[in-house]
Design a protein around this ligand. Structure first.
Ligand code: ATP
Length: 375
């Protein structure tokens, strides 16, 4: 069948969002085909990553709606361009976000190249983001990446590093919908994915314990847990297993001379291999006012022309917060938040917004504690 709208290859993950995206594109008159990609080859005989079941679901959906499903294995590219960086970041004491890199390097690069080889004019994904075009000059229009309509599901945080040219080649059919409406559509079309749980966490780790997974690749270096004053209060299994702000799993309690309040990870001292913990969820050492990033990745390819007031997130599950932005000569930014932010974590990304427009972001390099800023 030849359509007037052109050929679109939809990334079919075996989830409800991509299933409904394919249905919507068919309704819009596109010539639709699916592509399921495998990015991780298990070598230990176990399938933590649910790829087999997901492929079966993607196949069932494609059969039901009458589209062809292609499969591709990008495990080598994923290993080289996402996973090795992920390990290097952990080794350097940071907490990386592999989904951001996977989008830039795999879903919106290798995937696009493959789809073009299959004759696609566009690709589509089930991400909750929207696009608008911005008039530039006389008749040139450029795409803008906007937050998804459903504030609970907005995924622009994960897409901020995808270049404008790749955004321009992509359709995001569910970005204009609320999640419950997407599930209803899946029910209406009798898709097996209608009630499937949303995927959580990092796919290649699956349900296993994060520390068990990481230990296969990076040797653990146990050390001490200390208070900010240097009192030794426990032992840690290896700094990479802990996240700033974390409460669970520290194994500290019942210390003489300390109140019963829970302990939280405030800092990783890599040089001394010491984990610094503080008591109380709102201890000032858990907060930062300001941060600096690595060189930024702007969706449009360049920093906003006006400096100053924006909003920003330092992690996915967080509202964007008001801040002041100053771009630096090396392409990085320094951001000062109006209010101190809890557990700002090096390795995670800062993502900048101007209203609904996602401007871009960068990996957090340094943070300044509220007290340091005041001092
Ligand atoms: N293995 C895969 N093969 C092809 N496309 C994929 C795959 N995994 C994810 N995608 C694409 O990226 C989008 C976002 O992926 P994410 O892992 O965030 O899933 P999600 O938001 O739960 O969406 P879904 O309900 O479609 O799984 C998917 O909707 C899909 O278009």
């Amino acid at each position: 069948m030849t359509s007037t709208q052109g050929k679109v290859i939809v990334g079919m993950s075996g989830g409800v969002d991509s299933s409904v995206s394919a249905v919507l594109l068919l309704e819009q008159g596109y010539d639709v085909e699916g592509l399921f990609m495998k990015n991780w080859d298990e070598d230990d005989g176990t399938e933590y990553c649910t790829a087999k079941d997901d492929l079966a679901d993607a196949e069932a959906v494609c059969q039901k709606i009458g589209i062809k499903l292609h499969t591709a294995n990008f495990a080598a590219e994923y290993w080289d361009n996402v996973f090795e960086h992920f390990l290097a970041e952990y080794k350097a004491g940071r907490t990386p976000n592999p989904d951001i890199l996977c989008n830039r390097e795999i879903k919106f690069k290798v995937f696009i190249d493959y789809a073009e080889m299959l004759g696609a004019d566009k690709i589509a994904t089930g991400h909750y983001v929207r696009q608008a075009t911005q008039a530039q000059g006389e008749d040139v229009s450029r795409p803008r990446l906007l937050k998804g309509l459903d504030a609970n599901k907005d995924q622009s945080y994960f897409l901020h590093a995808v270049p404008e040219a790749a955004i321009a080649r992509t359709l995001f059919p569910v970005g204009e919908l609320e999640k419950p409406a997407v599930r209803e559509l899946a029910e209406k079309h009798g898709l097996v994915t209608a009630r499937k749980k949303d995927s959580t966490g990092i796919c290649f780790i699956g349900e296993r314990r994060f520390s068990d997974f990481l230990q296969q690749y990076l040797p653990a270096q146990p050390g001490t847990i200390e208070t900010p004053d240097g009192d030794v209060i426990g032992e840690h299994m290896g700094l990479m297993y802990y996240t700033l702000g974390q409460r669970q799993g520290l194994g500290i309690g019942g210390l003489v001379n300390y109140p019963e309040d829970p302990w939280y990870v405030a800092h990783k001292d890599l040089e001394r291999n010491v984990l610094v913990a503080v008591q109380g969820k709102h201890h000032s050492l858990l907060y930062s006012d300001a941060l600096a990033t690595e060189p930024m990745e702007w969706v449009s390819g360049h920093a906003p022309t006006h400096q100053g007031r924006f909003r920003a997130k330092t992690r996915y599950r967080q509202d964007d917060r008001p801040c002041t932005l100053a771009t630096q000569a090396d392409g990085s930014v320094v951001v000062q938040f109006d209010q101190p932010q809890r557990s700002v974590t090096p390795g995670q990304s800062l993502v900048i917004y101007d209203g609904d427009i996602c401007l871009g972001g960068g990996v957090i390099r340094d943070t300044w504690n509220a007290q340091e800023v005041a001092a």
